[in-house]
Design a protein. Structure first.
Length: 227
């Protein structure tokens, strides 16, 4: 007796194995393509939405300071400016703002081209040299022997944003004038300047902080004349 094979039911083990492998390969390829498309989509969103970072610098009005501080006779003293002390917040290039009394944040796509302490020290050296009050003004890295040392501590250099939408650029820094030979503190003073900003954004903050720096340097030069 001859057994007949029902049509559409019979298949060899070899055929089953081929079909199973084909199904697995198809599922694997589809999964791979989906993941690839997802990664391309994510990377495309990131590159399209992120704006470039804008760098800003501190550039106070030193010409106005020079005109206000000119003297006919220079002092024979050499003034050295020490490294400006500060918290870690002002040792980096983040542009900081405050929208509450206790919070401190930074603008995501705006940076200073150098730290606040470095920029302020550079502006101080140039302004005091232009003031004509000393024989020479040198930074702490100089090998020159100085007669006077000006130490400073930076407490605030940020954009303060108020609840009513107004804002100010705020600079707060203290100075100690020290006799280099005796190490005696001759005089000390805290300086504070708050300048209204035209808007609650990074460019307006830069303008306000530059004006605040100009104010503090002008007051510093006037103070040093009296001590």
């Amino acid at each position: 007796m001859i057994l007949k094979k029902a049509p559409g039911i019979y298949c060899s083990n070899e055929h089953k194995l081929c079909r199973d492998r084909g199904r697995k390969a198809t599922v694997k390829n589809r999964t791979y393509l989906c993941l690839l498309a997802l990664l391309i989509g994510i990377s495309g969103c990131v590159t399209e939405k992120l704006p470039p970072v804008t760098l800003y610098t501190l550039n106070p009005d030193l010409d106005a300071i020079k005109a206000a501080g000119d003297r006919e006779n220079k002092s024979d003293s050499i003034l050295m400016l020490g490294r400006i002390s500060s918290t870690q917040s002002f040792s980096g290039t983040d542009m900081l703002y405050r929208d509450t009394q206790l919070s401190q944040n930074s603008y995501a796509y705006s940076r200073w081209n150098s730290s606040a302490t470095v920029m302020l020290l550079s502006a101080l050296v140039e302004a005091l040299e232009k003031s004509g009050q000393y024989k020479a003004v040198v930074p702490y890295s100089s090998q020159a022997q100085s007669d006077l040392l000006l130490e400073s501590t930076l407490f605030d250099f940020s954009h303060h944003i108020n609840k009513n939408g107004t804002s100010e650029g705020v600079l707060k820094v203290s100075f100690n004038l020290i006799d280099s030979k005796t190490r005696r503190v001759i005089a000390s003073r805290m300086f504070f300047s708050s300048v209204p900003a035209s808007a609650a954004n990074a460019p307006a903050a830069v303008m306000a902080l530059n004006k605040a720096t100009t104010n503090v340097i002008r007051e510093l030069i006037d103070w040093l004349r009296t001590v």
